[in-house]
Design a protein around this ligand. Structure first.
Ligand SMILES: Cc1cc2nc3c(=O)[nH]c(=O)nc-3n(C[C@H](O)[C@H](O)[C@H](O)COP(=O)(O)OP(=O)(O)OC[C@H]3O[C@@H](n4cnc5c(N)ncnc54)[C@H](O)[C@@H]3O)c2cc1C
Length: 266
């Protein structure tokens, strides 16, 4: 797999040029990139163009010296001849087994000047609630088990989380309709979904099926949300939110605390 990260800056042209310069000094049979937005999909395509190669993208399987790629927005498989530049999906990764692999750090100099048309202006501060729920990575969602909604909003702000809600919370007027998660609301794909005072009705669970990690805060240790959760806190929602706010407030700077917490959770 091609090493990509050396700095946080977004410099796809320079990174692609570095990889291309390595290919002139190191013989290689295949260059593999992860097919993720920031992980290598873009750089892999740039490298392929520079090398005059047609890349195989959305690869999920190698079979009989052919690559099986996802096509038509994942609805169909396309079989392609083995290419030198492979941009692979996560499913392509080997199961953990006994085989040993080596990972080497390589230094690459860019000898020719790189025409950069992209300027990285750094990360922009975004209000988590401006992110559409369906795209949010980190969601704090509230349900009927919340008594103090002001606390809920404070906790979401300090955590840097996007707010979600159960239908009951929406129907009762505590949250706007566009915040509803579930079968008749939004289907979310967060990496971390914290459900506060949400029982886990089937219609709600349908909306969080694609979430990676679920944390439940609930007084009922037998509710469906606790059964589904990777981590549960069996306690009163207001007590937990109050403790969370106090812990986050001990940091003098909101933004520092916010990024620390969301980075740690994600
Ligand atoms: C056709 C249809 C479509 C639906 N679509 C959706 C949908 O899209 N999304 C959706 O969410 N629902 C949907 N529903 C509603 C769904 O069936 C549930 O009624 C709803 O999800 C329940 O919301 P809740 O978990 O917030 O409330 P409740 O079921 O009342 O659960 C409240 C939870 O809070 C806990 N609790 C209570 N007090 C505390 C406390 N002090 N501290 C901590 N925890 C506490 C309780 O133990 C309980 O688990 C739909 C229903 C129908 C019929």
């Amino acid at each position: 797999m091609v090493p990509i990260a050396s700095s946080d800056a977004y410099l796809p042209e320079e990174r692609a040029a570095r990889i291309c310069s390595l290919t002139t000094s190191l013989p290689f049979s295949h260059l593999c990139f992860p097919d993720t937005v920031l992980g290598g999909a873009d750089i892999g395509r740039r490298v392929a163009v520079s090398l005059g190669q047609r890349p195989c993208t959305g690869v999920w399987k190698l079979e009989n010296h052919q690559l099986i790629c996802r096509g038509a927005a994942g609805k169909t498989d396309i079989t392609r001849p083995l290419s030198q530049v492979i941009i692979a999906l996560e499913q392509c990764a080997d199961q953990i087994d006994e085989s040993r692999h080596e990972c080497k750090r390589l230094q690459a100099e860019v000898t020719t000047s790189v025409a950069t048309r992209i300027e990285d202006l750094g990360k922009a501060k975004v209000d988590p609630n401006d992110i559409d729920l369906t795209e949010a990575n980190f969601i704090l969602s509230g349900g009927n088990g919340i008594a103090d909604w002001a606390h809920f909003h404070d906790a979401a702000r300090l955590l840097g989380a996007t707010e979600g809600a159960s239908r009951v919370a929406v129907d009762d007027g505590f949250m706007p309709r566009e915040r509803q998660v579930g079968a008749t609301g939004k289907w979310v794909t967060a990496r971390v979904y914290i459900a506060v005072g949400i029982s886990g009705a089937i219609q709600h669970m349908q909306g969080i099926g694609q979430c990676q990690k679920v944390i439940a805060i609930n007084t009922d240790d037998s509710c469906n949300m606790v059964k589904r959760a990777d981590l549960s806190v069996i306690a009163d929602s207001d007590e937990v939110l109050t403790a969370l706010i106090a812990a986050l407030n001990t940091d003098t700077s909101d933004s520092a605390a916010t990024s620390d917490v969301s980075d740690a959770l994600l």
